[in-house]
Design a protein around this ligand. Structure first.
Ligand SMILES: C[S@@+](CC[C@H](N)C(=O)[O-])C[C@H]1O[C@@H](n2cnc3c(N)ncnc32)[C@H](O)[C@@H]1O
Length: 268
């Protein structure tokens, strides 16, 4: 599948997706994954950052509120329209553009850091995207991204619950089965029934890679692997937001940071 074909699915998802995430139905993102990602960042105050696959821009705005000078790009024009509308309503100095991650409209070494919140696993040409991230980040700068956990959310994942409805285990399979654009249909489980009934399911092309393929791609692009974090709900958070309680059994997301070395790395 080409990036433009995957992008067309996201363009069709964008209107409902924006309404649902802004209504608070993406509970994993809001209460666990984004806060853990932001806590894992090195200092970004005063730095120039690019958010890849920014969607409607909620996480780009979090970064700007932490003092970074942000650009955001996304392949889906409707997401960028909603992101720009939010910028008009609450100006944070963010510039948004419609672009594909494999062809970034920025000069080399333009940014101190690049982020990608739960977006790289939706892009077919990960080598092309990582090469572009490496090009636009300055030597010494970093790329931090989150993805659906390749080990604990492979193509087959089923939460097994006990008689009280609490997560007992997670059944996993098909870890080594490549996925290159098979379309999954789903909606946010936390949306109210009336909203679910009135909304089309999202159609999301899936590009599953194993953990070693992700690390090989990051290192192959020239980054040095610096940090990995697996968001896990605290007992208090799991009690308050039972949707994320399964992350106390196995993680649902993986956060990875790589750094572009200051000096060109030559052969030994
Ligand atoms: C799961 S959403 C995440 C959105 C946002 N980062 C967030 O955390 O709310 C994945 C995003 O990746 C974008 N995307 C998919 N393929 C892309 C590509 N090739 N280049 C840029 N963005 C892309 C989609 O349009 C979508 O906005």
């Amino acid at each position: 599948m080409k990036a433009s074909e995957a992008g067309a699915f996201w363009e069709r998802n964008a209107k409902t997706w924006t309404r649902h995430v802004r209504a608070g139905y993406d509970i994993y993102r809001d209460v666990l994954n984004s806060p853990t990602f932001l806590d894992a960042l090195p200092p970004i105050d005063g730095q120039r950052g690019l958010d890849l696959g920014c969607g409607e821009g909620a996480n780009t705005r979090h970064l700007a509120r932490r003092g970074a000078h942000m650009d955001g790009i996304d392949i889906a024009p409707t997401f960028i329209r909603h992101a720009r509308a939010a910028e008009t309503a609450e100006p944070l100095g963010i510039s948004y553009a419609v672009a594909d991650g494999t062809s970034l409209p920025f000069a080399g070494a333009s940014f101190d850091f690049v982020t990608a919140f739960m977006s790289l696993m939706d892009m077919p040409d990960i080598d092309g995207v990582l090469a572009e991230a490496w090009r636009v980040v300055r030597p010494g700068g970093f790329l931090q991204f989150s993805i659906v956990h390749p080990c604990f959310a492979p193509p087959h994942r089923k939460v097994l619950r006990d008689s009280r409805g609490e997560t007992r285990a997670v059944e996993l399979a098909d870890y080594f089965s490549a996925r290159h654009g098979e379309v999954e249909r789903w909606g946010f489980k936390s949306a109210p029934a009336a909203e679910k009934a009135a909304s089309p399911l999202f159609e999301v092309p899936r590009f599953h890679r194993t953990l070693s393929q992700w690390v090989d791609a990051l290192v192959g692009a020239g980054f040095v692997l610096e940090r990995m974090v697996e968001p896990c709900a605290s007992p208090e958070l799991a009690a308050a937001q039972p949707v994320v309680a399964d992350t106390r059994v196995v993680p649902q997301a993986l956060i990875v940071r790589g750094r572009r070395p200051r000096e060109a790395v030559g052969a030994p």
